[in-house]
Design a protein around this ligand. Sequence first.
Ligand code: 2P0
Length: 332
Amino acid sequence: MKPANYAAKAILEKYTPSLQGEYSAFAPANIALCKYWGKRDVALNLPVNDSLSVSLKNKGTHTTLKTLPATATDSVILNDLPITPDSPAYQKIVTHIDLFRTVFGPQPFAVKTTNTVPTAAGVASSASGFAALTTALTGIYSLPLTAQELSVLARLGSGSACRSVFNGFVRWYQGSAVDGSDSYAALLPQQWSTLRIGLLTLTHQQKNISSREGMLRTTETSHLYRQWSVQAAEDILQLEQAISQQDFELLGRTAEHNAMSMHATMLSAWPPLCYWISDSIAVLHQVWSLRKEGLDIYVTMDAGPNIKLLFEQQDEKKIRRFFPSAEICCLF
Ligand code: 2P0
């Protein structure tokens, strides 16, 4: 049995399932303010550092599961298109469902999953996708899982999915157990109604190096990476303070510094890893110059060239003027 199946079994075998005919679930996408970058265990998606995110409320993934007769094979419809068993997306979804079937026995499913998250804007749909799939599986088997158990199971599909089982500010505790049982996300109690994220799509091109591969290359070859977990630990504390005091300057500064530092570890990998395009750099300079002129705006970036603007409601009009193509998200 694979390590992920062992980890899932430890949770699922505590429960007696009662299979429903159909179940639908939604999970939001999330944007990390302190990033998950680097795994200490690749098979279990166990991170090197804690991370902290904010969810995109109603932007994410809707997933519906239906039971099929015992002789059927799994079917998957992704964004209204059927996908075939030889596609990587089909295999990842089926592998995740198998975590449950290893414990509860064979049962084919029809999966329909639709993203409302703007994937072209570089917002990871795997986080909301695996969080929605895990929630739907938990629902169709009628399992009264704790939020912590749900988060652990979602993490086995995609690391950042463990943060997408909640809406709001979320902290993923890296944990130290070898089986990953203490590596889960939890909701922070604070809300921040005036906080906004602007999604700025600079290119629709798919990245050719996955986060998984990028993390591996960085942890194996970057000397700067040794410093990463030290900074991430400090940034988490700063972000928690910023959130509890609603100190936007501290939140923005810490999130931007964290994102730039993550990209610095990538640049110092070998071969160098650079997700940015020239437009990304142009927007960074524009943001820095607007900030110098007094506008409270910060950025964060993930494993891609697109930019997420951080600002508050009071500056929304100005942001719309300077960045007319930005898709503005209310978070609370
Ligand atoms: C994050 N990223 O914290 C960071 C910042 C990308 C850059 O989580 O291999 O898709 O499935 O565990 O979760 C993207 O990584 O990677 C990610 P896997 P995942 O949002």
